[in-house]
Ligand binder design. Structure first.
Ligand code: C5P
Length: 216
């Protein structure tokens, strides 16, 4: 492990790939499974890595990675990972296996922001599209884009703050939402547009192009 002592990562790879059509965490990007790419970044930036996998997964991750069974929701998978994070850990970084191109610099940026005093830190990029609230196919309203950002993983937290946020078993689409709801101070650091989330098979083609350097 390349990262500083006291920093642990949880890579959540417990999804069943319902939107993707298959367990996407084992899909290969240029010959390497998505989960393995996410774990490689986490390994380089953190002293300990825990991976939450679906029950039946055959991927073992290597001897330096703790594997736990994921839960029925993303938040439940994070909680399963937290149970395997050593008690003396100061900072926990949560990362989606579905983001294979995060890179270690993003891990370092969110860890540094927490070291500087925040309860949590998340990478964010400006929103490019116009946003509308809809009801079926009817547009209800256009949401002003000012002050809105799109948030990625890895997300870093003071360990006790993250554990408290998960203590009641709540669900959210990211961990920062739970910390915010508890009144925690979450800050943003510059995200990276290349840190794409693989949701749809077409996202893999984008990631392949980014990886090969044919686009940047
Ligand atoms: O599809 P979704 O945005 O929820 O997935 C984000 C990440 O959370 C993926 O890496 C996925 O494997 C993980 N996940 C999980 N356990 C679940 C659902 C999603 O670890 N039950």
């Amino acid at each position: 492990m390349g990262g500083p002592a006291g920093v642990a990562a949880i890579v959540v790879a417990g999804g069943r790939g319902e939107r993707f059509g298959a367990p996407k965490q084992f899909t290969e990007l240029a010959g390497v499974p998505l989960v393995e790419r996410a774990v490689a970044d986490a390994r380089a930036a953190c002293a300990r890595v825990v991976v939450a996998l679906p029950d039946a997964a055959g991927w073992t991750g290597g001897s330096d990675v703790a594997v736990v069974a994921g839960g029925v929701t993303r938040s439940a998978s994070v909680r399963a990972g937290l149970d395997a994070v050593p008690a003396d850990t100061e900072i926990v970084v949560v990362h989606d296996a579905a983001r294979p191109l995060a890179g270690t610099a993003l891990f370092e940026a969110v860890i540094d922001a927490v070291r500087a005093g925040a309860d949590g830190a998340v990478p964010a990029v400006p929103v490019a599209d116009t946003l509308k609230r809809v009801d079926g196919d009817a547009v209800v309203e256009t949401v002003p884009r000012d002050g809105l950002v799109a948030v990625q993983t890895p997300q870093a937290f003071r360990a006790e703050v993250l554990r408290a946020a998960h203590a009641e078993g709540r669900d959210a689409t990211d961990d920062a939402a739970l910390v915010e709801a508890d009144g925690g101070r979450v800050v943003v650091v510059p995200g990276d547009r290349r840190n794409v989330k693989i949701t749809d098979p077409s996202d893999l083609a984008v990631a392949e192009a980014l990886l090969s350097g044919s686009v940047s």
